[in-house]
Design a binder for this molecule. Structure first.
Ligand code: ZN
Ligand code: ZN
Length: 142
């Protein structure tokens, strides 16, 4: 599942926003493009550390912060203490399962995603986060 981005596409994206495409930054971008489960920084670190033992937690946190600042990665604070990351920048909403913590993409109503202005206020960002119990947890299959 997921969109795979070629190495060239990743380097072009980083170049475009003035980020030097180091090996570790590329690996993080690739991971986010290929794993569309909205991982936390911790999850990314744990996964990448297996393949690249020199990976440090600080690098992961700093890289995610930089990628988010430059707008090539999006961060979603689902809870006070949890931030989830993704490389899918198309406007969409989210559903978070309170049991298994899975975070799924939701299609936004066309009107909501197209709105530039709501009641005279200029919209720069539009977030929809629904929380509940996912289908799998409801079925007791987890
Ligand atoms: Zn669940
Ligand atoms: Zn998403």
């Amino acid at each position: 599942m997921g969109m795979s981005l070629s190495l060239k596409e990743i380097c072009d994206t980083l170049d475009r926003v003035g980020i030097r495409p180091t090996h570790q930054r590329i690996e993080i971008m690739k991971y986010l493009a290929e794993h569309r489960v909205h991982p936390t920084a911790e999850m990314i670190y744990t996964e990448l550390k297996e393949a690249i033992p020199t990976f440090s937690k600080t690098t992961v946190y700093n890289t995610l912060k930089l990628l988010e600042e430059k707008g090539v990665v999006s961060a979603l604070a689902t809870d006070e203490d949890q931030v989830r990351y993704e490389a899918n920048l198309t406007p969409h909403g989210h559903f978070k399962c309170v049991r298994c913590s899975a975070l799924f993409d939701l299609d936004l109503p066309a009107m909501a995603s197209a709105a530039q202005e709501i009641e005279g206020n200029l919209v720069l960002e539009y977030q929809v986060l629904a929380k509940g119990i996912c289908r799998q947890c409801r079925d007791g299959r987890d």
